[in-house]
Write a protein that binds this ligand. Structure first.
Ligand SMILES: [Fe+2]
Ligand SMILES: [Fe+2]
Length: 306
């Protein structure tokens, strides 16, 4: 029997409007000290990988009354899309490991673990060990809220597609990884603002994991590619190329997976507000990541980087 944890509800009868709840949550989870701490943690995780423990969750206390400010069927459709997107985590981690293994073996191990000479996975990476908690957590939430088991259709992850230029491959792949972690962090914090009690407590754990990974991937990329500008990053994300993993295609797919057409106008506006506010926080944090600051946190830039 799992003992329930005490959870302070964010929303009560006199709760502030949604945008104030969102701002409070974003202030709490995307503060500069938290982002710096998550990045600073990376060298320790290279040396001694250690998943962040989750507190005990009162799973059986989750119920539909804890969904607020959004139709339950829309909330469930979003959960289904998130489950299907999170499911192929092993494929995501192995693809990322392959893009990294020649250029930064420690980061390759962090994301994809250790692999034998024959390509057999010997132990998963820390990224996978933390991310693989998400599908079961979201599935339990879905069952509690819908009263039925979910039958998800897992998304097919894009395979490793190397070119003759591994640095540019890693850059492009890394940008998309940061974008997907950012998207997940925005979605879960927005769902947090539409939930209370144990439901909100589970979503908070997902937010913490996604913020942790996004911060590490983004900070690592800025450190590893010191001469690369934000403008170039946006150009790569928006540029059509021979690679199928383009940002716009990903966004289009996400709007389908998350059943965007069923969202109310206020849902869409508040989600856009969330994405912009989080981006603003990240932009401010990014400006503080000077080369000296990054070297203090992560060490000298490896000579192989551009
Ligand atoms: Fe996740
Ligand atoms: Fe993630």
């Amino acid at each position: 029997m799992i003992a329930p944890i005490a959870v302070r509800p964010l929303i009560c009868s006199e709760s502030p409007p949604l945008h104030q709840r969102l701002t409070a949550l974003i202030n709490q989870h995307f503060s500069k000290p938290i982002l710096c701490d998550r990045l600073q943690d990376l060298p320790q995780q290279f040396a001694l990988p250690h998943p962040r423990p989750w507190p005990v969750i009162a799973w059986t206390d989750i119920n539909p009354e804890q969904v607020v400010g959004i139709e339950l069927k829309v909330f469930l459709a979003i959960l289904k899309g998130a489950i299907e997107t999170e499911m192929p985590i092993r494929d995501y981690t192995q693809t990322s490991r392959q893009y990294l293994e020649q250029l930064h073996p420690a980061m390759a191990k962090f994301v994809g673990g250790e692999v034998s000479a024959q390509g057999q996975l010997l132990s998963p990476g820390l990224w996978e060990r933390e991310e693989r908690r998400h599908t079961p957590a979201l599935t339990k939430i879905y069952t509690q809220l819908a009263g039925v088991e979910i039958a998800p259709t897992p998304y097919s992850a894009k395979p490793y597609l190397p070119s003759i230029d591994p640095q540019t491959d890693l850059l492009r792949h890394g940008l998309h990884r940061v974008a997907t972690e950012y998207g997940a962090a925005c979605l879960y914090i927005w769902l947090m603002a539409h939930s209370t009690d144990p439901l909100q407590a589970v979503l908070a754990e997902l937010v913490k994991d996604e913020v942790n990974h996004m911060t590490k991937f983004l900070g690592f990329g800025i450190w590893f590619f010191p001469d690369f500008s934000s403008r170039q990053a946006i150009a790569i994300l928006l540029k059509p190329s021979q690679h199928p993993s383009q940002l716009l295609r990903t966004l289009r797919r996400m709007t389908t997976v998350l059943n965007w057409s069923s969202w109310s106008m206020s849902n869409k506006l508040s989600f856009a507000f969330t994405c912009c506010s989080v981006l603003h926080r990240l932009w401010g944090w990014r400006q503080s990541l000077t080369p000296e600051c990054l070297e203090n946190m992560l060490g000298p830039v490896p000579p192989a980087s551009i």
